[in-house]
Design a protein around this ligand. Structure first.
Ligand code: FE2
Length: 256
């Protein structure tokens, strides 16, 4: 059962704790002229999150459903929200909209450019693109400029049943969680590095089959993922396909 707490004027945290993961899934409702829900949440959690929203506003009034990146806990229940709220629109980064959400969502999505602001009434939200932070290249965060509230998704991630408001150190707790939880990710990334090194040294790649064609110009200022593909395509033409793995290894290494 989701628990709801008002954490600021018109800002509500709706939290569902999952003991198996020792983890809370948090969703934020902003009750303004055009109500915003940040994190649509998992499909399986939709009934309890909807019931929690209903203790504050009629869920059909939700106008915006925002999230950081395309992932089940961020937007798995997006279409359920679009169904209960006829005027609702998904709002996310343009990369997220173009790559995933426009295809996934049952209605068109509002993709925001880096630094673009949208208003919900008295509140103004600025989208800040943060590729690969917390993770996934389409990631962004939303900054509410009146209350100086950062809707920061997985950043400062903590385990346990965490209180809705605190004045204590969140960075230390977050670092402890990262050290514990991300050990697996780090070791799988290291395996990738080892495997790619083996491939380059013992059986050079003859051909690459990039999943994506060369990018149109508006991605020129994108991040490393686009650059990997751009590099792969350029170098393929030069018959040096192993460049992709070299670039991928460097990018993964830089994130370890
Ligand atoms: Fe995530």
């Amino acid at each position: 059962m989701a628990v709801i707490d008002e954490i600021g004027p018109g800002f509500y945290r709706i939290s569902e704790y999952v003991p198996d993961f020792d983890l809370q899934f948090n969703h934020f409702l902003v009750n303004d002229d055009e109500p915003l829900l940040f994190h649509a949440g998992l499909k399986g959690m939709f009934p309890s999150i909807r019931d929690a929203v209903a203790t504050v506003i009629d869920p059909s009034r939700i106008r915006w459903v925002g999230f950081s990146h395309f992932e089940s806990d961020e937007c798995g229940a997006l279409n359920q929200w679009l169904e209960v709220a006829p005027a609702a629109e998904a709002v996310c980064s343009t990369v997220s909209a173009l790559v995933s959400v426009n295809d996934f969502a049952s209605r068109p999505t509002r993709g925001l450019a880096d630094d673009e602001v949208f208003k919900t009434g008295k509140y103004s939200f600025r989208l800040c693109r943060t590729p690969h932070l917390p993770h996934d290249w389409d990631a962004s965060v939303l900054f509410e400029e009146t209350t100086k509230t950062l809707l920061c998704s997985d950043l400062f991630h903590q385990v346990g049943k965490v209180e809705p408001l605190t004045q204590s150190d969140v960075v230390g707790r977050s670092r402890a969680t990262a050290n514990k939880r991300f050990a697996t990710w780090r070791s799988s990334s290291k395996r990738f590095l080892a495997a790619s090194q083996l491939g380059l040294d013992s059986s050079p790649i003859a051909r690459l089959a990039p999943a994506m064609p060369p990018r149109p110009p508006y991605f020129e200022n994108g991040h490393s993922c686009w650059n990997w593909n751009a590099a792969a395509n350029v170098k393929c033409e030069e018959s040096r396909p192993s460049t992709l793995l070299v670039a991928a290894r460097a990018a993964v290494k830089s994130q370890l």
